[in-house]
Design a protein around this ligand. Structure first.
Ligand code: GLN
Length: 485
């Protein structure tokens, strides 16, 4: 019997019934990590996980995450466990403290079994730019299509049934996009809802803790553990937490859902259009009020360039500490300037360097007004437009991507006019700090695609309750790639 392809709740019940022990679960997960052929892992924590599972306090077994294996993206600090951000500039770096997310998981009894591969330093959306190379999509046996990124290894490990949930991070769509390409639920709660202490900063004003599960219930269960104020993160909210499982069975009758007309119209994939329309019909049949709403397409087209400018500027500044002096490997040099130059030249890939050039350029005093400050103004206009919609609607619902997983060979992170709207719009939820969830919507041939639902800040419970109705309507949950649809 395999357990790692079951839901968190099912595994929890199996532990309570005495069918399986946490040690057996950890062994099963570690064995599957070792057999993984999708390049999902930076580091398998075999020794550390076995030590931890043996120290679990049995009196805590009522916690839903007690004894449940989890994979964590390699940009979360883990004490005494290597953490590289999939970048050569942090090879062999071992943090001396753990991120708050990892501490809360451990407190709840979850066991970190591996650190997952990612696009280098979380910049990118393809799952191909980390220092260990391409991470593959378990749904694609030909290994020719992306899983997407930047949280690629966290997505592939849940999609392949290695663990029931995993932690990623989402600055533009880095959990919600790969979730779409791998038939998973990817949830990014509100900015401030989950502490980012110990998460390597990419673009602080946009970075969110986010995670993958295979169904909506599990997503609520994980949020119950992760949400809440942390004094170590000044941006963490004082807003009281809720029981995020409480409203999961709320009916959708009378709720108002906006569909952004311009986003849907920019999609030509027939399978996606059909599945989306069918889902909308099901929501309406249950009494939801689903209406098309317009946003100026100039504003929608501005989301990606605005995102790139702000995120590159913030990441250039945030990553200035990766200089070969404070962390990681150090290249030789006659002066500390030379050491830094040599270390950074060797340590970062082309993609990262390109983004630092964009960031540095936009932050130059003579360019700031024209680029960085202008991008901030654009961000405000974009957020205002979505806030205006959310004043009248409970949530915004659209397909999460214009296609199923694209070919690896055609992937790039440069601007493309063709997919500028539908491929990149989800960053609006990072700009506004909105809770936003992707969940399975259908299949185009063998490859999955998802829908994305975004709600008002701190209305996680509302978003999850509508997501559950969508999930019930599609019937697509608990999907594991190896077993097929
Ligand atoms: N694809 C986006 C980028 O290239 C998103 C990255 C993210 O969310 N971390 O930056």
């Amino acid at each position: 019997m395999r357990y790692m392809n079951l839901s968190i709740r099912e595994i929890h019940d199996a532990i309570l019934k005495g069918e399986v022990t946490p040690l057996e679960l950890v062994k099963e997960a570690i064995e599957s990590c070792k057999k993984d052929d999708n390049n999902s892992f930076e580091y398998i924590c075999e020794k550390e996980a076995l030590e931890r599972v043996n120290k679990l306090d049995p009196s805590k077994k009522d916690s839903l995450l007690f004894g449940i294996p989890v994979v964590v993206k390699d940009n979360y600090s883990t004490k005494d466990i290597p953490t590289t951000g999939s970048s050569n500039i942090l090879n062999n770096y071992v943090p001396i403290f753990s991120s708050e997310v990892v501490l809360r998981l451990e407190k709840a009894g979850a066991i970190v079994v591996a650190k997952s591969t990612m696009d280098e330093l979380a910049m990118g959306g393809t799952g191909t730019t980390g220092h260990l190379g391409i991470t593959y999509n378990p749904w694609d046996k030909s290994k020719t299509h992306l899983i997407g990124g930047s949280s690629c290894g966290s997505a592939s490990s849940v999609a392949a049934g290695i663990v029931p949930f995993s932690i990623g991070s989402d600055t533009g769509d880095s959990v919600r996009k790969p979730a779409s390409f791998s038939a998973l639920v990817g949830f990014k709660p509100s900015w401030g809802r989950i502490s980012r202490f110990g998460l390597f900063p990419f673009a602080t004003s946009l970075d969110h803790v986010a995670y993958f599960t295979r169904n909506v219930d599990d997503s609520a269960i994980v949020l119950n553990v992760l949400a809440g104020r942390d004094d170590k993160d000044f941006s963490s909210s004082f807003k009281p937490v809720e029981d995020y499982t409480a409203r999961l069975n709320e009916p959708v009758k009378g709720k108002k859902i906006a569909v952004i007309k311009e986003i849907v119209e920019s999609i030509s994939n027939v399978a996606i259009k059909e599945a989306f329309n069918k889902n909308i019909t099901a929501l309406k049949e249950q009494g939801a009020i689903v209406e098309p709403v317009s946003i100026d397409s100039k504003l929608l087209k501005a989301i990606y360039p605005t995102y790139i400018l702000i995120s590159c500027a913030e990441s250039t500044s945030n990553n200035a500490n990766l200089d070969g002096i404070k962390f990681g490997p150090r290249e030789p040099g006659e002066s500390f300037e030379e050491i830094m130059t040599n270390t950074r030249t060797k340590g970062f890939s082309r993609l990262i360097k390109r983004r630092f050039v964009i960031g540095g350029y936009s932050l130059l005093r003579e360019n700031q007004d024209k680029l960085f400050v202008r991008a901030q103004k654009c961000r405000r206009l974009i957020v205002n437009a979505f806030n205006k919609i959310l004043e009248n609607y409970d949530a915004i619902y659209c397909p999460a991507s214009p296609t199923a997983a694209p070919l690896i060979s055609g992937s790039s992170d440069t601007l493309s006019d063709e997919y500028l709207i539908a491929d990149n719009y989800m960053a609006f939820a990072n700009m506004g700090g909105f809770p936003s969830i992707t969940l399975p919507l259908g299949f185009d041939g063998e490859l999955p695609f998802g829908g994305n639902l975004t709600g008002k800040p701190f209305d996680e419970s509302g978003v999850l309750s509508i997501a559950k109705v969508i999930e019930n309507a599609t019937g697509l949950k608990d999907l594991v790639a190896k077993e097929g649809k």
